[in-house]
Design a protein around this ligand. Structure first.
Ligand code: GLC
Ligand code: GLC
Length: 825
């Protein structure tokens, strides 16, 4: 069952009903100001950091769900007093004559109509601006004049989202606002250490306003029945403490056929300390017996509001946003004959990669924005998906990530985007982390040719004065693995490797204890075959960087280390039919046939084959066969089999989940593309593509009722083959997942086969026979590659008419704008 449809031409998903199985959301914003917006107008906004600069309040796991957001109440004077409706459906839940929600690239539009009054609410964050614009167009389609009242409402968050939802003894006393004309300013904590405020304005004179939530809602009411709306009167309240909100009331007359618009703008302003006040707070004195609150400097807010106070200005900003996405997404486009594949590659997968670039794992409808911030490994992997879109920002990101590395090569596991400092609550010790830095740097240089980044000075652990070239950071990453090996010569796992839940050095018996950060059992023995696979893959990439841009001798030393690791994997990391997952703290196999549960894990199969281990000697194909037989089902490839029915002290969080969920045998979508890529390595195009399709949202649109999350983006997890039948195929944790980057790597670089290399653009598709003709456009190092692939059975390649051997198009002459590549397969 579907709840909407794709509109590929406009790059939109059009949702026909508010009653989607879960809120289906979109993201607004590109740089500083961000908003989450659901198909019923829910969500919240923040500036840069969803934890430290939360602008509006949102209650996770609330009942009923998703009722915090931008609220608009439209009262049509021709109807009864209770006939008030919301253009976003929520919070009023009034049935509408017509309704739909269109999620597009960086914007969302709600179209509604009731009894001759139609509304179009367009929400977006203009490029380069710290605000969200909500333009509400109202049209009187009836034959009679209408008197309309529009009431807006949103709830301020007191900046730090954790504090806001915990520290009520303080918070109920700190709230402060100012009202000036049609603009409501939120200035809590501005008197003390904050030099920033938020504001919410509208480009019309007000018929009333409210800033006190209690006064606006009235006793016992929720957002679906505010007293101020249903009594027809705003309280004109200026709140002190409690819960500050912002609500405008605007009255409009609409003649038959007439259209009017209201432009609401939610903004954020930061001021230099010396300029923060228009009038600083006044001390108590004889002249002013009570002292006097300060008046904030509203100049930047007013200037911003003036940039969006007419429909023409809003339209121009909206067109700019569209142009931005046109340009971005034109860097890689395909026509394959399969509409679903095309829409994922050309639109939604790349769009999701940009969202993971901005959000990492911080803010979604499943990530509270207060938890994980930017993950080290997550951000490195995300980069693989967006490096071709925004190479300059990828460069900056690599340098930020490298700055949280320690001198010994280990890394903090996470950092907060605002401070860019490592998160001490989680610490480090995840032994796969350092190697991911090699992966993203290598990909960046292959994409851009900017090997100069290797010389960029970067601090360790954010400590000034410790700068060393990025190259040195990579060296320490690689050496960290070399110097941290266990009894089988395989890398020590530390707190966990990619699988956060395989905690072989934490034996936790206390409920609520952290599986990752409790160090109660430093065995010094537990090893990871997965990291070994990573070392072979990324160690080779590092060696190649040494050979091309550094010290050749070091390159060959690293190649030797890689060869040693490969041997260790084939000796003790091979179980006979598949790769072992790890050795636990007792030196026993994890993910071996001898195990009663968790006999086979997906991660080392994908990673080791991607690294080229066993491709000559046959292990690779065997391992993939085992994945197909044991882990693969209708809705994807499960993480492990058989699932753990019991909690295993020596394995940790993986066995804490019920069978079939999350890391305990769920389809953890992130690692499915590894197996698909691995299938292309052994040239098994049919299975590679089948794996791709099984988790690809566009192919699951028809089962949206089963899948439940948005059919335009990937989710982190789908309940696995051993989950209860009623849950099978059900997805969770949409949007913020490494799946976005890795599936894009898979589909673009391996299935379609278009891969950036140091020597040029490689084109080597691996698709089923049913694909007979492809056309691909790819911007690579400022040259547009116009590629056609035709299936003829006689492989060959011509570049600008000249035939070329191999699969790599050599770098064209400097300044070449366009290269035409014709390929036959
Ligand atoms: C989550 C984490 C990621 C981890 C994965 C597997 O997606 O963000 O870092 O690799 O889970 O546990
Ligand atoms: C990852 C895993 C999740 C685990 C968390 C702990 O997000 O997916 O299951 O609870 O890491 O850090």
């Amino acid at each position: 069952m579907k709840y909407g449809h794709f509109n590929d031409e406009d790059r939109e998903y059009v949702i026909d009903t508010p009653a989607t199985p879960l809120p289906w959301i979109n993201y607004l914003g590109n740089e500083g100001f961000f908003s989450l917006i659901s198909n019923t107008g829910g969500g919240y906004s923040f500036y840069r950091d969803a934890k430290l600069r939360r602008i509006t309040r949102f209650r996770y796991n609330d009942v009923p769900g998703d009722t915090d957001g931008r609220h608009y109440y439209i009262q049509d004077g021709c109807l009864g007093r209770d006939e008030v409706w919301s253009p976003t459906f929520l919070p009023l839940k009034k049935p509408l004559d017509r309704w739909r929600c269109r999620h597009g690239m960086g914007y969302t539009v709600f179209e509604a109509e009731k009894k001759g009054l139609s509304s179009t609410l367009t929400c977006f964050v203009p490029l380069g601006e710290n605000c969200e614009v909500n333009q509400l167009m109202l049209e009187n389609k009836s034959a009679f004049p209408k008197k309309i009242t529009v009431t807006s409402a949103l709830e301020w968050c007191l900046w730090n989202a954790v504090d806001d939802s915990t520290n009520f003894q303080r918070n109920f006393s700190t709230g402060e606002v100012e009202v000036d004309g049609s603009v409501i300013y939120h200035k809590t904590e501005y008197r003390e250490r904050r030099n920033h405020y938020a504001f919410y304005g509208v480009n019309e004179p007000l018929a009333g306003f409210d800033t006190s939530r209690d006064a606006f809602l009235g006793k016992f009411n929720g957002w679906d029945a505010p007293q101020a709306v249903f009594s027809g009167k705003s309280g004109n309240t200026e709140t002190h403490g409690w819960s500050p909100i912002a609500s405008h009331r605007v009255a409009l007359d609409l003649k038959p056929g007439e259209t009017k618009s209201l432009i609401f703008v939610l903004g954020y302003a930061e001021l230099p300390k010396a300029e923060k006040w228009e009038t600083a707070p006044v001390l108590m004195s004889e002249a002013s017996p009570q002292g006097k609150a300060g008046v904030i400097n509203k100049k930047p807010a007013k200037a911003l509001l003036a940039r969006f106070d007419t429909d023409e200005k809003v339209k121009a900003a909206f067109v700019n946003l569209k142009k931005y996405w046109d340009a971005l997404l034109s860097r890689f486009t395909v026509r394959t004959g399969d509409a679903k594949l095309d829409r994922m590659v050309n639109i939604w997968n790349q769009y999701q990669c940009m969202v993971t670039f901005n959000m990492s794992r911080s803010a979604s409808y499943f990530e509270s924005g207060t938890g994980r911030g930017m993950g080290f490994r997550d951000s490195c992997q995300d980069l693989l998906g967006f490096v071709h879109l925004i190479p300059e920002r990828a460069r900056e990101r690599i340098l930020d990530i490298a700055a949280i590395q320690m001198e010994d090569g280990s890394t903090w596991h996470q950092y907060q985007p605002l401070t860019k400092c490592g998160n001490a609550d989680i610490g480090g010790g995840f032994n796969d982390d350092p190697l991911w830095l090699v992966a993203c740097t290598y990909a960046y240089i292959a994409e851009t040719g900017d090997s100069g980044i290797l010389n960029a000075p970067v601090v360790f652990n954010n400590v000034e004065g410790t700068e060393k070239p990025l190259f040195e950071h990579l060296r320490r990453s690689v050496n960290y693995t070399i110097t941290h090996r266990g009894p089988h010569g395989l890398p020590l796992i530390g707190r966990a490797d990619w699988n956060d839940c395989l905690n072989l050095n934490c034996f936790s018996e206390e409920p609520g204890e952290s599986f990752q950060t409790t160090t109660n059992k430093e065995t010094g023995v537990a090893e990871s075959v997965f990291i070994a696979g990573m070392f072979v893959l990324y160690g080779n990439q590092y060696a190649e960087l040494c050979e091309r841009f550094g010290d050749k001798t070091e390159g060959s030393q690293i190649r030797e280390e890689v060869a040693t690791m490969k041997k260790a994997v084939l000796k003790d990391g091979w179980d006979g039919e598949w790769f072992v997952r790890a050795y636990d703290g007792y030196g026993k196999k994890v993910g071996g046939n001898e195990c009663a549960e968790g006999k086979i894990y997906i991660e080392p199969q994908g990673m080791c084959v991607m690294a080229g281990i066993g491709t000559q000697s046959g292990e690779a194909k065997k391992a993939l066969r085992s994945v197909k037989d044991k882990l693969t089902y209708k809705y994807g490839t499960s993480l492990l089999w058989p699932c753990y029915q019991n909690y295993h002290l020596e394995l940790g969080e993986v066995s804490s989940y019920p069978p079939g969920f999350k890391e305990n045998g769920g389809v953890f979508c992130h690692n499915n593309p590894w197996v698909s890529i691995a299938e292309t390595v052994v040239r098994n195009a049919d299975e590679a593509f089948a794996i791709y399709k099984r988790t690809c949202p566009a192919y699951l649109e028809d089962i949206s009722d089963i899948h439940r999350t948005e059919p335009y983006v990937y989710s982190q997890m789908v309940a696995g083959q051993e989950a209860p039948p009623a849950n099978q195929g059900e997805a969770k944790n949409s949007w913020l997942t490494g799946t976005a980057a890795w599936t894009f790597v898979n589909v673009s670089q391996y299935l379609l086969g278009v891969r950036a290399t140091h020597e040029g653009l490689q084109i080597d598709p691996c698709l089923p026979e049913s694909f007979t003709a492809l056309s691909i456009k790819r911007l690579f190092r400022d040259t547009e590659y116009d590629i056609t692939v035709t299936r003829t059975g006689a492989p060959g390649m011509t570049v600008d008419g000249k035939s070329i051997t191999g699969t790599i198009v050599p770098l064209p002459a400097v300044g070449a704008k366009r290269v035409v590549v014709e390929i036959t397969v």
